[in-house]
Design a protein around this ligand. Structure first.
Ligand code: AMP
Length: 289
């Protein structure tokens, strides 16, 4: 595995691989890798000649007061895991490499970036799309891999790729969970034992709602209510949002009509909660992204 920190160097390498006709798979991450990240790497390895992974804790997707400084970083363990999986290139740019002095260009996918997580984190997706577009330009991947845990992010990136005619295929993969159901997340390391226990209500509520939908429940408001009920049991949890939205537009089904029904082939049920100071997200999807 080649470790590259400089943009100019990785660009030269990627040019060489492209010239030789090699397909390139790319997995952008913020590190502190877990099996969720590694499932993306494994898929890229299966589908491409060359797999590139980036680790970059992207400052522009954190608002002031969020956890940019505290975000867990464990490069040595990450490197070892990626080497063992046979990753070809690990791109580890420094902050100045991506955002040199005077940097002032941002890309924003307007509407789907302002709902769900975008309501609480209004500048978050602008930071995500900006860094992902930059990384796409640097790595020039044929395929890029994203997890459905960040379903809104995947929808937004797909929209950016379509709107800007980017030459990359976005592949999304299922949420990887711990044995107790909690969706794996680098932020789970923030949780105390009690908080982790309380956090399980999120996956439990969503699973319950999914089961009800499987049994024929169709009213968006009722689906939300099932998740809400589960989340309201614990005292440690504060609900940020619970929404049932179209997977393509991210518009809530019940916006203008409280009796509205979901489209069973195109629905995202997503929730975000605070457990103490930790913000966690989870979802279930009916349909494809
Ligand atoms: P992050 O390091 O949090 O930016 O995540 C990098 C990629 O890993 C994103 O595409 C995430 O959606 C994906 N990812 C994170 N957690 C999971 C998970 N539990 N299951 C599947 N993919 C995940």
């Amino acid at each position: 595995m080649k470790l590259i920190k400089a943009t100019a160097e990785i660009k030269k390498d990627m040019k060489k691989h492209r010239f030789r006709g090699r397909s390139i798979g790319f997995v952008p991450t913020m590190g502190t890798l877990h099996q969720g990240h590694l499932s993306l790497v494994e898929q890229s390895k299966k589908e491409n000649n060359i797999t590139v992974v980036s680790i970059f804790v992207n400052p522009t997707q954190f608002a002031p007061g969020e956890d940019f400084a505290a975000y867990p970083r464990d490069f040595e363990t990450d490197k070892k895991a990626l080497r063992e999986l046979g990753v070809d290139i690990l791109f580890l740019p420094g902050g100045r490499e991506i955002y040199p002095d005077g940097y002032s260009t941002y890309v924003e996918v307007e509407k789907p970036g302002q709902v769900l997580c975008g309501r609480t984190r209004p500048t978050h997706f602008r930071g995500v799309t900006t860094v992902v577009l930059k990384l796409f330009n640097i790595v020039t991947p044929d395929n890029a891999y994203f997890g459905r845990k960040d379903a809104q992010q995947a929808v937004i990136i797909k929209k950016m790729v379509k709107d800007l005619d980017l030459d990359v295929t976005i592949r999304t993969l299922p949420i990887v969970r711990a044995a107790d159901g909690l969706a794996l997340s680098s932020r789970n390391t923030y949780l105390s034992r009690d908080e982790r226990e309380a956090a399980l209500a999120l996956s439990r509520g969503l699973r319950k709602a999914e089961q009800f939908v499987g049994d024929g429940l169709r009213k968006a408001a009722d689906i939300k209510q099932i998740v809400k009920k589960e989340l309201e049991i614990g005292e440690l949890i504060k609900i940020d949002y619970i929404e049932v939205v179209s997977l393509t537009t991210l518009e809530p089904f019940d916006a203008g009509n409280k009796d509205a029904e979901i489209d069973v082939n195109n629905t995202l049920t997503a929730a975000a909660i605070w457990v103490g100071k930790t913000r966690l997200i989870d979802n279930f999807i009916l349909g494809d992204i």
